[in-house]
Design a protein around this ligand. Structure first.
Ligand code: NAD
Ligand code: UFG
Length: 337
């Protein structure tokens, strides 16, 4: 089976390519390298003894997509390519809508032309906005998002929903990720954010390795057990396996399939700091700061539907997430550079 992986050089895409190869699936990558390094291909090769076919280019380039589909016999597409920084999306909404929404439309059009009608889309728990309660099931309302990034994910979900209603022979799978963290257990692949990390885990990792002096904890007055924000952190290797479960489970079944990919468990900011301290063997200095605008108190998944339908369940613990992040960060203090 051959799967086109858009954004396959990025954080989640690269780990998914490795797991695909291990599972006997052939990934073909298209990535414009706007947020990834070419070195990722060498890391995939060293881990799997396989170098995936790589097209350097943009998913908005329909001519390139037509060429990819004519040169490769693609069975299914996993669409990771997009921009993902919440703060940047507020400053650059047009870039976000063009890349994330328009990119997905161009891709879907090229797929239809090529007769490839199996698509897995990287969505996000952000589509649920501030949920009325936790755990969040797939039937919770979506759309009350608070920033252009979140709205772009919601819009693509709605576009794909309409596509499925119009052309019900498609298999469209919307995977709503909770908080992906961790790294390949070898320490040779992981998250390599450009500039100052926006997300908790890469920030903690950079403090632990000495690149930054302390973590700012955004608020300790939420209605949570220790007052800090609670999220559903999921190991990137589990997330990668979730894509394979989706492709194999529903990728060839016409339908609109929607799943949360999380662990079903919440951890607070201080839980993650403590777990990281245990993993790296020294303190991670932090300061309590005001809340970050737009943040919510708690966000964690119900995983009942994905477990029942796909037989997939995240198995890696917070201890493994922090240990693997530390292993990657300490072996590659400057990422892939
Ligand atoms: P990432 O930035 O590491 O990977 C995205 C990849 O897409 C990069 O390699 C980038 O170079 C490429 N890319 C971007 N725009 C492109 C374009 N127009 N054409 C071709 N390539 C392009 O991000 P990630 O963390 O691996 O996230 C992958 C997907 O998952 C994204 O769609 C993201 O929105 C979604 N997601 C991520 C998270 C998270 O916390 N990491 C959470 C929920 C959803
Ligand atoms: N946090 C800090 N300090 C930091 C960074 C984060 O205290 O320096 C806290 C936040 O306030 C929050 C928690 O750590 O309570 C997690 O924050 P992240 O920025 O790591 O993640 P978010 O839950 O805010 O958002 C992430 C992605 C979004 C995605 C969402 C749901 O950034 O793109 O998960 O999947 F939409």
């Amino acid at each position: 089976m051959k799967v086109l992986v858009t954004g396959g050089m990025g954080y989640i895409g690269s780990h998914t390519c490795v797991q695909m190869i291990e599972a006997g699936i052939t990934p073909v990558i298209i990535d414009n390298l706007c947020n990834a390094k070419r070195e990722v291909l060498n890391r995939i090769k060293n881990l799997t003894q396989t170098t995936p076919v790589f097209y350097e280019g943009d998913v908005r380039d329909e001519t390139l997509l037509d060429r990819v589909f004519s040169e490769q016999k693609i069975d299914s597409v996993v669409h990771f390519a997009g921009l993902k920084a919440v703060g940047e999306s507020v400053a650059k909404p047009l870039e976000y809508y063009d890349n994330n929404v328009n990119g997905s439309l161009v891709l879907a059009r090229a797929m239809r032309k090529a007769g490839v009608k199996s698509l897995v889309f990287s969505s996000s728990a952000t589509v649920y906005g501030d949920p009325a309660s936790v755990p969040i099931t797939e039937s919770f309302p979506t759309g009350a998002t608070t920033n252009p990034y979140g709205r772009s994910k919601y819009m693509v979900e709605e576009c794909l929903r309409d596509l499925f209603y119009a052309e019900p022979d498609w298999s469209i799978t919307l995977l709503r990720y909770f908080n992906p963290v961790g790294a390949h257990p070898s320490g040779s692949m992981g998250e390599d954010p450009q500039g100052i990390p926006n997300n908790l885990m890469p920030f903690i990792a950079q403090v632990a390795v000495g690149r930054r002096d302390h973590l700012s904890v955004f608020g300790d007055d939420y209605a949570t057990p220790d007052g800090t924000g609670v999220r559903d952190y999921i190991h990137v290797m589990d997330l990668a396996d979730g894509h394979i479960a989706a492709i194999r489970g529903v990728g060839n079944k016409a339908g609109l399939h929607i799943y949360n990919l999380g662990t079903g468990q919440g951890s607070s900011v201080l839980d993650m700091v403590n777990a990281f301290t245990a993993a790296c063997g020294h303190d991670v200095p932090y300061q309590i700061c005001p809340r970050r605008p737009g943040d919510i108190a708690e966000c964690w998944a119900s995983t009942a539907k994905v477990e029942a339908d796909l037989g997939w369940k995240a198995t890696r613990t917070v201890e493994q997430m922090t240990a693997d992040t530390w292993n990657w960060q300490s072996k590659n203090p400057n990422g892939y550079e």
